[in-house]
Design a protein around this ligand. Sequence first.
Ligand SMILES: [Zn+2]
Length: 327
Amino acid sequence: MKKIYGNKQLLATLAGMRESGRTAHSLIFYGEKGSGRKTMADYYTAQLLCEEPVNGAPCGKCAACRNVSSLSHPDVIYVPTEGKREGYSVGIARSVIKDSIVKPNNHTGRKVYIFRDCSNMDPRTQNILLKLIEEPPDHAYFIFTAESKYEFLPTIISRCVCFGVSPCTEEEAEQSLLESGFDSREVAAAVECFHGNIGRCTDYIVDPEIRRRVDLTKRLADSIIEKDEYGLNLALFSLGSSRNEIREVLSMTDKLVRDCAVLSRSAGAEIIGCYREGAKRLSGMVTAYQAARLHDRIDKAWGAMEANVNPPLVLAALSAEMIEIVR
Ligand SMILES: [Zn+2]
């Protein structure tokens, strides 16, 4: 069973539900990417199915716990996504409704449906699921994970118990990564970029692509600081047209701009971005108003991308606007 770091209050609440027998049938675990919302969904699932929970927590040893942890429990259904956008279709929702009537065959009499990463879930799918989560069969549980609970329709939110999963402290992240066997220098570099977000720190260590994106974000910041429009253009163009990559680099740049705004008020402020040194230098040269405008431009660029404007066009405009703001 994967150990959970931080989130003590949430763990206590879940354990309390299991102990009192008042387990929620429909839940949303939300939090930023890498914060552990899927791990939390698996944990709650183990809690529901564990043969001998200890003070409401899964024992981690019984067959049910082991099967949940290896993603092979017959009564845990990871609802599949479909199509290019990897969404949950209306057809899939209908098949879940049909399947949920069938009783499970395990000691707890429960079965769990997990809908992972519900970003942009089709409203029609949500409307079909609404009735099910409103009056679920006694044995059925539904867990949704997403970056924000507002990915869902208000009618769904109001029928689910919603829990935010928070990143840990940097110390907890460090401890977790060291326990996973990573090298201490790699761990320090990862925590420097992604702080208490264990999932993102792990990505940083194991995935060269993530390190490249961090480096690119740093290059963008350096170009803005040096008011180097040519360098900024080069960095932005090397992003290519992968929306995922652009989204991630823009999001990291936006966090850096946010850090720059808080550092200008207090030099020791806690930061959330991947480049403290850059944020510090930028905070020495822009006003809070300029930082707000930078944030606004990044936000608009992302909006244009979402509206299917050609990525190179959006990035060229963004580059010109950012340099104009800091000039
Ligand atoms: Zn167990």
